[in-house]
Ligand binder design. Structure first.
Ligand code: HDE
Length: 699
């Protein structure tokens, strides 16, 4: 995309304050003589009330906190741009930003975890929020999605119950940012509608390697409306250019301590380095007439439309290319709302969506302290805002004119209602009786969880079993476990057996119907969503020490850098290392400050002295072994291979290397062949070496 002038950034420029220049002032713009010592009676006497600067400073500090989001409290955001490829959606929607390829629409995206507090770790088992604000010329459109395509409940009225169940328990506020406790699983046991999203939660999708490597989903079925008012059902998809990749659970738990900001930092660093993440926007379209052609209800947010049944049509691309200037002002104060629509997009009667449409505006009122939050810089539309809503806390605009009502003659009848390009609700024809009753078409709960389970590759299925065993293993009430096992049995008996075995429990003895009717959807497996071609932005630790083969490092490194990977020299000490040739190389990360879990792969550099040193440093050996345990590619050149042998890792020929994910060459210096780097990169692009056996790794 061209770097054309961005109306949102121009608007934000008016609010940006450069604190790296100028003089310190009070909030009133008065320069202060000192901000270190409060005004007092003599050097040791009481502080004087007349020190307005001290009082203002303390008072402002006292009021710095606002309520954190009740869900999705922890997040990270970035600005970017969106553009459609062509006008192919024009036959379905009047939304100009989705149909005009000459337009570039500014966006702000906030990614989040859901259950944890604002200060919780990034790498917890959880759904991730993926909320996008499009600052379109026709007003703000918010696509407030998640990285799962399905949700835990069908009707919004249950949301407080679900959230209370998954959040820390009310009596002791434990556990933080974890679903592995009695109340969540008690809720699951009682609510079969949660099972599909629970399968996703137990899967690798809940452990994203990076926000840049996850899919996003609008979840609900929405409606496109064309210029003539004709509607088409639509589901929104974001597909990451880098493929979908995950961490493994053991790694997640360690990263939570080593770098609780792992995902946040990753997003920030990549954007700061100019490696901008990109997603393709796709849509699944269903003509109105086909509303009832599915074996589930399109209005049920616990179901997805298999991509094999309705293909995802790629329509445009989003790139995130600018970090915010200030976390609080932008990422914390951004206010999304599912009812922020623009002409051409409308709701459906999905009962989950309907209550969301109430909740988001409501929650911003308490969170941001009044009705004028849409005037905060990050929330301001680039479209013209003109109405008679007035006053309230924090009114920034200065409305002019004498008439604050419609219909007026005093103000010349302005602002004028309607005319051109206004939002019109889709004219649904509605009729019915007020009842509290779930539709019959919502009452099948097992088929899609079964489809998900049966679409998994072997390692993915193993991880799901491991996740259930971990989570249910933390549940203290046996009856809760048993109830969940009963549900698992209804999904798939093999799943239930394996989880029960892990728990040392028995599968409940219940009568089952025929469970063999689930289709398989290959698009659900991450094996098919991984981009096997690219190693861009993958992080590689190059383990080295004094005496290392610096020309060899330079050769491999330049190959990897050229292919977009990020390499860091990790050595037993900081500063720099001296190579066998007497040259020096800066150490990016001293070994004590990092761990293998912060990298995607490890490369052991050659050089006799260096390898001897590394072979006697426990943390260096552990570093390699642990990366091996987490199925990361391991490489070594020159003498580096002897370190691998020391810890029992064998490279072998190319075929064995592919199988085991260990690649080595005895060549050193400028002789290290490209073939070595290519094979290492091939393993890295696949992200993990699933064929490697790791059960006995002592790390
Ligand atoms: Fe949300 N949700 N939600 N949600 N949600 C919020 O709004 C709510 C649901 C999602 O980065 C809150 O501003 C209800 C589904 C994201 O700022 C709140 C229901 C999906 C974010 C709220 C749902 C989401 C939120 C808390 C059931 C995926 C973070 C703070 C009826 C499609 C947005 C806030 C951000 C945030 C309510 C269900 C996604 C309380 C009542 C389904 C990504 O309004």
């Amino acid at each position: 995309m061209d770097d054309v002038s961005d109306p949102k950034q121009q608007q934000l420029d008016q609010y940006r304050v450069d604190r790296e220049q100028g003089r310190l002032t009070t909030q009133q713009g008065v320069r202060v003589d000192s901000t270190d010592d409060a005004l007092s009676v003599g050097q040791r006497g009481p502080t004087l009330l007349e020190d307005f600067h001290a009082r203002e400073k303390i008072t402002h500090f006292d009021h710095e906190r606002i309520p954190e989001r009740v869900v999705h409290a922890r997040g990270a955001g970035a600005y970017g741009r969106f553009k459609v490829y062509d006008d192919r959606l024009a036959q379905y929607t009047a939304a100009r930003f989705l149909t005009d390829p000459s337009r570039e629409t500014p966006v702000f995206v906030r990614f989040s975890t859901v259950g944890g507090s604002r200060g919780s770790a990034d790498t917890v088992r959880d759904v991730r929020g993926f909320a996008t604000k499009f600052y379109t010329a026709e007003g703000n459109y918010d696509l407030v999605g998640n990285n799962f395509p399905v949700f835990f409940i069908q009707d919004g009225i249950k949301f407080p119950d679900f959230v209370h169940a998954v959040k820390p328990e009310p009596h002791n506020e434990i556990p933080q940012a974890s679903s592995a406790h009695d109340t969540l699983w008690d809720f699951v046991g009682q609510q079969a509608e949660t099972l599909h999203a629970i399968m996703w939660l137990m899967s690798d999708r809940a452990l994203p390697r990076s926000y840049r490597m996850m899919q996003g989903f609008g979840v609900h079925t929405f409606r496109f409306v064309d210029a003539a008012g004709r509607a088409t059902f639509v589901k929104f998809h974001w597909k990451p250019q880098l493929g979908v990749h995950s961490l493994v659970w053991d790694e997640c738990q360690q990263v939570a301590g080593r770098d609780p900001d792992f995902n946040r930092r990753d997003l920030w660093d990549c954007i700061a380095a100019g490696q901008f993440p990109r997603w393709q926007l796709g849509v699944q379209l269903v003509p109105q007439e086909q509303e009832f052609d599915f074996d589930f209800d399109l209005l049920d947010a616990t179901k997805l439309i298999p991509e094999e049944q309705v293909p995802v049509l790629p329509v445009g691309e989003m790139v995130l290319d600018r970090n915010p200037d200030n976390f609080f002002a932008e990422t914390e104060q951004v206010a999304f709302h599912t009812a922020n629509l623009v002409p051409g997009i409308d709701f459906t009667d999905d009962p989950l969506l309907q209550l969301r449409n109430f909740s988001y505006l409501d929650t911003q009122l308490i969170r941001l302290g009044g009705p004028n939050f849409s005037q905060l810089p990050v929330n301001r539309p680039v479209a013209d805002v003109r109405n008679h809503q007035q006053d309230g806390y924090g009114q920034h605009a200065i409305p002019q004119g004498e008439a604050a009502y419609t219909i007026n003659t005093v103000g010349g009848g302005c602002p004028v209602v309607g005319g051109d390009g206004e939002f019109r609700h889709h004219p649904d024809r509605l009729q019915g009786t007020a009842i509290r009753q779930r539709a019959e078409s919502f009452r099948e709960y097992y088929r899609q969880p079964r489809m998900f389970w049966r679409s998994m590759s072997e390692p993915e299925a193993d991880h799901i079993v491991g996740a259930f065993v971990f989570e249910l293993g933390k549940v203290t009430r046996p009856a809760i476990r048993e109830k969940v096992l009963e549900h698992l049995l209804r999904i798939d008996s093999d799943l239930a057996d394996r989880v029960a075995t892990g728990l040392g429990a028995t599968v409940p003895d219940i009568a089952l119907g025929d469970d063999d009717d689930a289709p398989v959807s290959p698009a659900l497996s991450q094996v098919n969503t991984a981009d096997a071609g690219s190693i861009a932005t993958r992080k590689i630790a190059i383990l080295a020490a004094d005496g290392a083969d610096l020309p060899g490092i330079a050769r491999v490194r330049s190959w990897l850098d050229e292919h977009g990977a990020i390499t860091e020299i990790v050595a037993p000490h900081g500063g720099s290392i001296t190579g066998a040739d007497g040259q020096t190389l800066p150490v990016e990360r001293p070994l004590p400050t990092v761990a293998s879990v912060l990298y995607d792969a490890v490369l052991v550099a050659g050089g006799t002295g260096a390898v001897e040193t590394l072979g006697s440093v426990g943390p260096a050996l552990h570093f390699v072994l642990e990366a091996f345990k987490h199925r990361k590619p391991i490489g070594a050149f020159g003498d580096g291979e002897s370190l691998l042998r020391q810890i029992g890792l064998v490279a072998g020929d190319a075929e064995q290397a592919r199988q085991n994910g260990v690649v080595a060459t005895t060549a050193s210096g400028a002789e290290v062949p490209d073939r070595f780097s290519e094979l290492f990169a091939e393993l890295l692009a696949a992200h993990r070496v699933w064929s490697r056996a790791t059960d006995a790794v002592p790390a």
